[in-house]
Write a protein that binds this ligand. Sequence first.
Ligand SMILES: *Cc1c(COP(=O)(O)O)cnc(C)c1O
Length: 389
Amino acid sequence: MTSTWTERYQHSMMNTFGPPKLTLVKGAGAHVWDVDGKEYVDLLGGIAVNALGHAHPAVVSAVTEQLQTLGHVSNFFATEPQLALAEKLLALLDGGPGKVFFTNSGTEANEAAFKLTRRTGRTHVVAAQQGFHGRTMGALALTSKAAYREPFEPLPGDVTFVPFGDEQALADAVTDRTAAILLEPIQGEAGVNVAPEGYLAAARRIADTHGALLWLDEIQSGMGRTGRWFAHHAHDVTPDVVTVAKGLGGGFPIGACLALGHAGELLQPGNHGTTFGGNPVACAAALAVVATLEADEVLEHVTVLGQKLRDGLAADPRVTEVRGEGLLIGLTLSEDSAAEVFASAMAAGFIVNNPTADRIRLAPPLVLTDDDAAAFLAAWPTILDGAFS
Ligand SMILES: *Cc1c(COP(=O)(O)O)cnc(C)c1O
């Protein structure tokens, strides 16, 4: 069965992602099934997207009911779910008055934010090495990885990349012509690099000194992923701009650019737009995700279970470092065997991710059960046995 699907994929899909690892047919909670009927515990969660796992009834019914009521209207018109979600996100952000622009993806949230920074009258942006901000031309201009950028240069922008976590390098790079500092509180795609203590607060001070905006990309780290609504809530810092997507819709495509205070007024009529962004179905999905996370006290669960997983995984000597917060977890292996660990885990019925040669990333559904986590920890030494030479 799988080979037929692989062949069809190769014949009809652009080869941007390489051959698919599996063809999946259904999911429930943190479990997914492939075309051959094999079951997996999904510890990647669609790359930090499936906050409530797969086929959560709250999302299914919110989307179904909204689609049966009003599915799309364009941005000439407002809808109730969109207003409720904007208000809710600003309340969760807890940084005072602000404004929201809705999008359909993470990279589009960053495009909106990038355009917003241009309205300061400045063009220079300082971003971090190993950061990831998306694949559209603007977001790509802010992403440092040469292999992603170089085939598409020239890219828009006037961007300086500094080593992540280095306060002095940031202070040296930012000037009075800098529009914004862009940082992820936790760099997800790099294999989970956590901002050192005090770094984001330093970025805030440096931005203020030069009249620049502080823009935090929380597309992966936000919406409860770290056990807090936003990862930067662990730091004493109020940003000007925050971008979110991934977990926001629990699998339904939606992103948002949130801007606080004056930053919320920078984009004016005619400056930006989107046909689908903020459509009521996507907003209803996101409202259902947030309401469920709140009602079921999922953030507390994320904090406790994340710690348990990190402790358990670190107990094996072939793991040399464990990073992350909540259920965004990065492991460094003692050998460059991340691809083998991915394959060995899959054979054992667990989906993990290998963002670099020696790193494993876990970003499971926030509703991952204690039993599923325990099963993974029990299998972990055997998974490593199957991967290490
Ligand atoms: C995934 C990601 C993006 C891009 O989001 P897409 O929805 O894939 O466009 C941007 N920034 C960060 C930090 C991400 O993790």
